[in-house]
Design a protein around this ligand. Structure first.
Ligand code: M6R
Length: 610
C-alpha cells in the first residue's frame, strides 16, 4: 500500500520519479506527490488522483532537480486529498518525508508535539513523524541521526524516505514492516518500495531489513540499525527486466497476466519434477523434508486469493499426504491464541510477500515454535526473508491488482509440496509419477482454454448489468467458486458470493430469480450428478446459468444457458483449469462496464497495513 520512489544523482529526478510512481501505482492510486531539493529549499507538489494528474501539474511548473522523493498514496489516515497526500514537511518546509505504513502511536506523539508548539495541517500520521524528526534535527543537527532517534520513538510500520534542504547530498531511508529497496546506479542511486520502480535504471539492488536505516548518496550508501549498529549489506541482482513489467500489446496488465499462464505455470514447476522418483525437488525446503512430512498438523495462513489457494492445498494435502490441514485467514490467526507446537508446520502464502497480516501471523507462529514456511512470488520480500524455509512460485511480476497468474502458480507449488510430503508417507511411486505427468500437460490445457477468450467475452456481455452473482462448486472447486466471486467483485463491483454447491439449498437459493446469474463449476467427478441436481434447482426458479464443464460433457449444454468447456484433468489439477474462464469472465464483464480493471477502486495490490 502506497509506493515510494526517490532519486539522487546527475540527472533531473522529476521524470525518473514520475516514471517510478507510475510503476508503483498498483500499490495505491488515490493521490500522489513529490518533493525535490533545489536552491537550498524543498519544493513540494501534490495532487489528488492519479500520477498522470500530478505529472500534468508538474509540467506547468518547469522545474528540475537532481534529488527528489515521491509517493503514490492509498489513504489510511485522512481522506485522499492534496493536503493529506505525501510528501509531508516540517514548519520551515526544509524537511520532507514520504511514508508507507502506519504510525500506530501517532496520536500520543502528536499531543506531545503540540505541547511543544507544533501545529498540524493534515490528518495524517506521516505529518506527525516528520515533525518528530524535526525535534531531533534541532538537537542533533544531522539528518541521519535525527531520523534514527525519531524512529526509536515510533510504534507501527514504515518504509520512509527523508530529505533535508540543509543536507542536499543524501536521502535517508528506513524500513520496518513496509518494503524499501535501494537501487545502485553509476554515480546515481535510487530508492523505492519495489524493484519495479527502478528496474528501468538498474538491476543491482539492496533490500533493507526491518529496523535498518541507510543514507543514500549519489555514489554510495551507508547502512546501520536504528540502534546504531554497523551493518554490511549485500548487493543483489534482480532476476527480471523491464519487459516483464510492461503491458506489451495488451490493453491491461490483468489480461496480459491471464494470458501468460501457460508460461508462468510451467515456470513454477520447471526443474522441480523428479519423474523417475515420482517426487518433486524443492531447493528451498532442503533439509526440512523430514520435519515437514512428520508434522502432526499443517496450518496454512494467507489472505484473499492466496487464502483460496490455501483452501485448495487443504484438499491436496489431506487427500495425498494424509496430514490434517487447517486453513486460516492470517488476520484472524494473528490475534487469536493459536495452539501451536514444534510438531506443526505453518505455511504462509503471499504473492507480494509483504501482506501485513500474513507477515504478522508468520512472526507469531515462529514465536510459538512451529516450523514456518513461505510460499511467495516476490523474491526477497519480507515474508520470504522471514520464513525458515520456503518455495518461490516464479510466476513473474504480477502488476494487475486482481491476482490471476500468481494463483495458478501457487496451486502448482502447493501440489509439488503435497507430492514431496506424500511420497515420504503413503504415496506410491506410480501415483507420484502420474501426478507429475499430468502436471506437465497443464500448460497446454490452459492454452486451450485461453483460445476461447472471444467466446467468453461474448458470454460476458450478457452479464454486464447483473447486480449479484452466485458461484458454486464442490470439493477442489469450492475454493475456485470463492476465487471466481472475488475476481468479479474486485474489478466489476458486482456483488458475488461463492458457495459449496450443496450449501445453496440452505439459504442462498432464496436469492435466485431471473436477475441472479449462477456460475456452476461442474467437472466430471464423483459429485457431478449432485451438482447437476443443484443446476436443476436453479433452473426451476428461472435463474440464468453459466457452467464451467468438461469438454467430454455433452449433457450440460442442454441444461444451462451458457457453457464454457475445459479439458479433463486429475481432480488435484482441476482448479488450475476451472479458474481460467472465471478470470476471463470477470475481466470482460469489468471492461464491458468501462472500468479500470488494473486499478479497481479502493484496492491496492499489496496490503501492507492491517
Ligand atoms: O500478496 P498477497 O498474496 O499476500 O495478497 C493477498 C491479498 O491481498 C490478495 O490476494 C488480494 O485479495 C487480491 N486483490 C486478489 O485478487
Amino acid at each position: 500500500m502506497c509506493g515510494i520512489v526517490g532519486y539522487i544523482g546527475h540527472r533531473n529526478s522529476i521524470p525518473i520519479l514520475i516514471e517510478g510512481l507510475k510503476r508503483l501505482e498498483y500499490r495505491g492510486y488515490d493521490s500522489a506527490g513529490l518533493g525535490i531539493i533545489r536552491e537550498n529549499a524543498c519544493t513540494v507538489i501534490k495532487q489528488e488522483g492519479k500520477v498522470s494528474q500530478l505529472e500534468d501539474k508538474i509540467e506547468k511548473e518547469k522545474i528540475s532537480s537532481p534529488l527528489g522523493i515521491a509517493h503514490t498514496r492509498w489513504a489510511t489516515h485522512g481522506v485522499p486529498n492534496e493536503i493529506n497526500a505525501h510528501p509531508h514537511v516540517n514548519s520551515s518546509g526544509k524537511l520532507c518525508l514520504v511514508h508507507n505504513g502506519i504510525i500506530e502511536n501517532y496520536a500520543v506523539l502528536k499531543i506531545g508535539l503540540q505541547k511543544q508548539g507544533y501545529e498540524f495541517y493534515s490528518e495524517t500520521d506521516t505529518e506527525v513523524l516528520v515533525k518528530l524528526i524535526d525535534t531531533f534535527l534541532k538537537m542533533k543537527n544531522n539528518l541521519f541521526d535525527a531520523v534514527r532517534f525519531a524512529l526509536n520513538k515510533v510504534e507501527g510500520t514504515y518504509g520512509i524516505a527523508v530529505t533535508s534542504a540543509d543536507e542536499p547530498d543524501k536521502i535517508v531511508v528506513a524500513k520496518k514492516g513496509s518494503p524499501l529497496v535501494i537501487g545502485i546506479g553509476d554515480d546515481e542511486n535510487f530508492i523505492a518500495s519495489d524493484v519495479n520502480a527502478l528496474i528501468a535504471h538498474t538491476s543491482q539492488v539492496v533490500y533493507l531489513e526491518d529496523g535498518e536505516i541507510a543514507a543514500v548518496y549519489n555514489n554510495k550508501f551507508e547502512a546501520k540499525t536504528i540502534e546504531d549498529e554497523e551493518i554490511e549489506k549485500e548487493i543483489q541482482q534482480v532476476a527480471f527486466d523491464i519487459e516483464d513489467i510492461s503491458k506489451g500489446e495488451f490493453p491491461h496488465f490483468m489480461l496480459k497476466e491471464i494470458m501468460e499462464q501457460p508460461g508462468s505455470v510451467k515456470n513454477s514447476f520447471r526443474g522441480r519434477l523428479l519423474f523417475e522418483e515420482g517426487s518433486s525437488k524443492l531447493g528451498g525446503l532442503q533439509g526440512y523434508e523430514d520435519r515437514i512430512s512428520q508434522s502432526r498438523r499443517i496450518i496454512i495462513c494467507a489472505c484473499g486469493t492466496s487464502w483460496h489457494a490455501a483452501l485448495v492445498a487443504e484438499y491436496m494435502i489431506e487427500q495425498f499426504a494424509r496430514i490434517p490441514v487447517e486453513v486460516e485467514y492470517a488476520s484472524e490467526f494473528r490475534y487469536r491464541n493459536p495452539v501451536l507446537t514444534p510438531e506443526d508446520t505453518c505455511i504462509f502464502i503471499s504473492q507480494s510477500g509483504e501482506t501485513a497480516d500474513t507477515l504478522a501471523a508468520m512472526k507469531e507462529a515462529k514465536r510459538r515454535g512451529a516450523l514456518v514456511l513461505g510460499v511467495c512470488n516476490v523474491v526477497g520480500s519480507s515474508i520470504a526473508r522471514e520464513s525458515e524455509a520456503g518455495v518461490y512460485i516464479h510466476a513473474g511480476p504480477e502488476i494487475g491488482v486482481a491476482s490471476t497468474k500468481a494463483f495458478t502458480s501457487q496451486l502448482v507449488v502447493l501440489a509439488l509440496i503435497t507430492v514431496l510430503i506424500a511420497r515420504r508417507r503413503h504415496m506410491s511411486i506410480i501415483d507420484g509419477q502420474n501426478i507429475l505427468r499430468e502436471l506437465d500437460l497443464i500448460p497446454g490445457k490452459i492454452a486451450e482454454i485461453l483460445q476461447q477468450n472471444d467466446k467468453i467475452k461474448e458470454i460476458a456481455q450478457n452479464f454486464i448489468n447483473a447486480k449479484n452473482f452466485l458461484y458454486l462448486g464442490r470439493g477442489y472447486n469450492f475454493p475456485v467458486a470463492l476465487e471466481g466471486a472475488l475476481k468479479l467483485k474486485e474489478i466489476s463491483y458486482i456483488h458475488a458470493e461463492g458457495y459449496p454447491a450443496a450449501e445453496m439449498k440452505h439459504g442462498p437459493i432464496a436469492l435466485i430469480d431471473n436477475n441472479m446469474p449462477s456460475v456452476f463449476i461442474t467437472p466430471k467427478d464423483s459429485v457431478y450428478e449432485k451438482v447437476i441436481s443443484n443446476i436443476e434447482e436453479v433452473k426451476a426458479r428461472n435463474g440464468k446459468i453459466l457452467a464451467i464443464a468438461c469438454t467430454s460433457d455433452d449433457k450440460i449444454d442442454s441444461l444451462v444457458d451458457y457453457a464454457i468447456k475445459i479439458p479433463d484433468t486429475m481432480r488435484i489439477f482441476m482448479p488450475l483449469l476451472t479458474v481460467i474462464p472465471l478470470q476471463l469472465l470477470a475481466y470482460h464483464i469489468a471492461v464491458g462496464k468501462g472500468l479500470n480493471v488494473d486499478q479497481p477502486r479502493n484496492l491496492a495490490k499489496s496490503v501492507t497495513v492491517e
